[in-house]
Ligand binder design. Structure first.
Ligand code: GDP
Ligand code: MN
Length: 398
């Protein structure tokens, strides 16, 4: 699960990492009012930032540093009435429904800081760079030596000496060292406590020297988290941060019926039971030159109603030019799937070719159900095995 930046900032603040004050708003008026309040409270600059589950906002023009309330109002107006397109969004962009209006800070230097689960190294890892900011992907791709990686001990997490050593390696000076190391320790603690798979601050900034802070201050001004969905049951505070409007609507509907649905780019809709069979179905479709439009695992215990809903989700996708049903009935009864096929033909209609391969529990009864309905589903073909099914569906969409 992902959360918005304004929620991520709250987590950082609660964990004791310095974050500028601000507020989430949903209208231009509220954005202007919050900007006025911040300026009245002494802020020199105010930032208006689109709150969407995608990065690259700065380059897309959806992070605006403003010198007065009128400028903030204009920025809010722009962001709430234009879709944001960045390398991290779909080509048509994302609608912006929420904004963060926050006190801006003067920046002397931008750093990158993250804790991630590194599957290749099989450890949680601190990743840090003295070249943080909007070019971090480019830095990582072209100059990997500018990125520091430190493995966390599985039991002890990040040690204080590792954090201090990293702060020195990144070039923090004077009082900044302790502040940066402290931010690393607190971020690592948060990562563990919240069952995150990513906790990222980009940028972590140092402010220019001032009379009050001769070494500047270390402050987080953007943050991003991913949480392990399987651990959310023990984090009601995180679950409350879930924003369904940022999710794929089809995936949300699937979740309601406890279906595992992931939308993909191809044109063959797949309805399968079991994640392993779903994977091998995708492989064999690819092997025969086809391209799956989705990954849909109805699981073992899906009801006829849930399977019908699964067909509804697949058939509502305009990319889908053919449907492959591949069921190995173990716990799942084939006749239940067959009845769902017939019900879907009635309620949704199979306008595209349908290839059905059923095997296992109650398969004889399932075949009778499908044979009886053949007249109502003229686009349906049966397949004898997995390869035959893949061949037939690929030919049908070619
Ligand atoms: P992202 O592009 O989605 O990662 O959005 P960020 O919040 O990281 O902002 C992008 C860039 O905008 C940062 O790297 C900064 O250079 C700049 N920026 C963001 N907030 C401020 C601020 O308060 N003051 C100044 N001077 N620049 C900021
Ligand atoms: Mn950022």
């Amino acid at each position: 699960m992902k959360i918005h930046e304004y929620q991520a900032r709250q987590l950082l603040a609660d964990a004791g990492i310095p974050v500028p004050g601000g507020k989430m708003v949903e209208s231009v008026q509220d954005a202007a009012a919050e900007a006025k309040r911040l300026f009245a409270g002494g802020a020199g600059i105010v930032v208006v930032k689109a709150q969407v589950h995608a990065g690259g906002r700065g380059k897309a023009g959806f992070v605006k540093v403003c010198k007065d309330a009128a400028e903030a109002e204009k920025a809010a107006q722009f962001m709430l009435s234009n879709r944001m397109v960045s390398p991290q969004t779909p080509p048509e962009g994302l609608e912006v429904r929420r904004l963060l209006v926050a006190a801006g800070v003067d920046i002397a230097k931008e750093y990158y800081l993250a804790i991630v689960t590194d599957r290749a190294r099989r450890t949680n890892t601190l990743i840090a760079s003295a070249e943080g900011g909007v070019e971090i992907e480019h830095v990582a791709a072209t100059r990997p030596d500018a990125i520091v990686k430190v493995a966390l001990d599985p039991l002890c997490g990040l040690s204080a000496y590792q954090a201090r050593e990293t702060a020195f390696r990144l070039g923090f000076k004077g009082k900044q060292v302790a502040q940066a190391a402290d931010a690393m320790m607190r971020l690592a603690g948060l990562f563990l406590a919240k069952d995150a798979s990513l906790a990222e601050i980009n940028p972590l900034v140092v402010t220019p020297a001032s009379a009050e802070h001769p070494d500047g201050q270390v402050i987080a001004i953007d943050a991003k988290f991913n949480f392990d969905d399987n651990a959310l049951f023990r984090h009601p505070d995180l679950r409350a941060m879930f924003d369904p409007t940022e999710e794929d609507p089809a995936e949300m509907r699937a979740r309601e019926f406890e279906l595992n649905y992931v939308s993909l780019d191809g044109n063959i809709g797949c309805l399968v039971n079991g994640a392993g069979l779903a994977m091998s179905t995708m492989d064999i479709v690819k092997l025969h030159g086809g391209d799956p439009a989705n990954f849909l695992d109805v699981g073992g215990g899906a009801t006829e109603q849930a399977i019908t809903e699964a067909f509804r989700i697949i058939l509502a996708d305009p990319k889908v030019k053919g449907v492959l049903v591949n069921i190995f009935g173990g716990i799942m009864q084939c006749d239940r799937v067959a009845r769902a096929v017939v019900a879907s033909a009635k309620t949704v209609g199979f306008k595209v070719p349908l290839v059905v391969r059923l095997e296992g529990t109650n398969v004889a009864e399932a075949r009778l159900v499908l044979d009886a309905a053949r007249g109502e589903i003229p686009t349906m073909q049966s397949a004898s095995d997995l390869a035959d099914a893949a061949r037939k569906v690929c030919a049908a969409v070619a």
